[in-house]
Write a protein that binds this ligand. Structure first.
Ligand SMILES: [Zn+2]
Length: 496
């Protein structure tokens, strides 16, 4: 039995977004709990699809003594402020000091954090934890599928595991794998090696989904590389809208046999590179998407909505969740039973609450950040329903989570129904619509501010899915981004 400390500090940073992640953003709860420490780390994350909860369950069953450090997450955005980074690390390191006599550490991180002072935020977190616990205490880290993994991160840990699904339905499972790996390290006490191999090209978020090829086939084969002396192999697809040296996909293997570990990491990278030309698809302008949707609808009776993924304003990629490009195109198209969500528009929710259900108000809606190509929608909005914004998630991505989006409203303008919340959140769970009485199965057109995570709960009901390039900071095509810091010779797009 060992005394294992566990914590987490999650942020996915879009360096091309101007918003920041402040200390308050990490303290606030949303789909996941707000900043917690000590025993609350277990209590508040228990049963949720998170690596920290999976790790805790398995390590406890193994008979280990667990010490909660600090766990927190803020919605994806631009840089993490220096104040937030330092305040949270101070809490984290104080909790390690208070814990005393720690035998091992598990960290639940994202892997694509950039703070105002550190371009490799996660590398710096692990560096400080390594310094605090010393060279002999094993550290295992779980990272998001979108981690931009650095050599510094790898050099600080004894084991590294990455989610294997996008939508991330295996976050909890990844924590369980991490617990088994750390347990093995504690038992055999052999020195571990972690090998990193970075990819020569970026893969746009929308083509990374593991529900379709080529990613589906690649991830199905990862286990083949976990042979004797190799604890874990991982493939992170990277988070493209991040202008950092280590941006992009990376294969990582860890274990006690250096030669086998190197062979495994290189083997996984060869697998990815061999599929380069298969990472491809169509991006539609908003008007083109609506035209295509009409063509699909004209082909016959559909079993469910045509889903339009408003990927560039996806809050899960650092978007603000309030750009109006797709909404305006939906109004112009005039298709009955069109619904879009979720807009983060607290002023609209407040006004709607003030006038009450059944009444109307006029306002400049959305586009608060005035990003390139985006303008507010000036219109009259009818209030169809109001909600508390507090409800249980139903789909597999937010599984087990008690979602808190602040007061919500269902508005209607120009024949389009709009789901509006007070806090920004990716539209990746049908309960977000059901909360305001919308049955998404019955929609003709459903606009979702999400890139891929929506597929976990919506793909099964969709007649078709079209990816839309409307205004937003989560740029779908990395060739349109002006990188300055990425390592040289990385192709911005897979070669076809
Ligand atoms: Zn991710």
């Amino acid at each position: 039995m060992a005394r294992i400390a566990l914590g987490g500090f999650h942020h996915e940073t879009n360096t091309f977004a101007t918003s920041t992640a402040t200390y308050d953003d990490f303290v606030a709860s949303d789909a996941w709990p707000g900043l917690c420490s000590g025993d609350d780390v277990f209590k508040l994350t228990h049963g949720i699809n998170l690596a920290v909860s999976g790790f805790g369950d398995v390590a406890k069953k193994m008979g280990h003594e667990l010490v909660g450090l600090v766990w927190c997450a803020a919605p994806p955005s631009g840089l993490v402020t220096n104040d937030a980074f330092e305040a949270i690390m101070e809490l984290m390191l104080a909790s390690i000091k208070d814990a005393e006599n720690i035998d091992a550490v598990f960290m639940d991180l994202h892997g694509a954090m950039v703070s105002e002072n550190f371009s490799d935020g996660d590398g710096e977190i692990l560096n400080r934890i390594r310094t605090a616990v010393g060279p002999d205490v094993p550290i295992v880290v779980a990272l998001d599928f979108h981690a931009n993994i650095s050599a510094k991160m790898c050099s600080m840990v004894d084991g590294l595991v990455v989610y294997r699904t996008y939508p991330h339905v295996d976050m909890k499972q990844t924590g369980e794998r991490a617990a088994n790996i750390l347990n093995q390290i504690i038992i055999d006490t052999k020195k571990r090696h972690v090998e990193l191999v970075s990819a020569p090209f970026l893969v746009p978020l929308t083509w990374q989904a593991t529900t379709s090829e080529p990613a589906k086939g690649i991830y199905a084969r990862l286990r083949e590389f976990e042979t004797d002396g190799v604890d874990a192999v991982s493939l992170a697809m990277g988070f493209p809208p991040a202008d950092v040296f280590d941006c992009g996909p990376a294969a990582v293997a860890s274990g006690s046999d250096i030669e086998m570990v190197k062979k495994a990491a290189n083997g996984v990278m060869r697998l990815l590179v061999g599929c380069e030309k298969d990472f491809a698809g169509t991006l539609y302008s908003p008007d083109e998407a609506l035209l295509r949707a009409k063509e699909i609808m004209a082909q016959g009776k559909l079993s469910g909505p045509v889903i339009l993924a408003d990927t560039q304003d996806n809050p899960g990629g650092g978007g603000d969740g309030d750009t109006t490009g797709l909404l305006k195109a939906m109004i112009k198209a005039g298709i009955d039973n069109s619904v879009i969500g979720i807009f983060a528009e607290p002023i609209a929710v407040q006004t709607a609450t003030g006038v009450g259900t059944g009444n109307s108000f006029e306002m400049d809606f959305g586009a608060r950040k005035r990003i390139y190509g985006d303008t507010p929608l000036h219109a009259t909005f009818k209030v169809l329903a109001l909600g508390s914004g507090s409800f249980m998630a139903e789909g597999p991505f937010y599984a087990g989570a008690k979602i808190d989006l602040g007061p919500m409203a269902l508005l209607e303008t120009g024949g389009v129904k709009i789901v509006v919340s007070s806090k920004k959140q990716q539209a990746a769970d049908r309960a977000m619509f059901g909360h305001l009485g919308i049955d998404v199965n019955k929609c003709a057109i459903l606009g979702l501010k999400s890139s891929v995570h929506f597929r976990a709960d919506f793909e099964k009901i969709a007649s078709d899915i079209l990816i839309v390039e409307a205004p937003g900071v989560n740029t779908a095509d990395p060739r349109k981004l002006n990188y300055r810091n990425i390592r040289p010779n990385v192709k911005r797009f897979p070669a076809s």
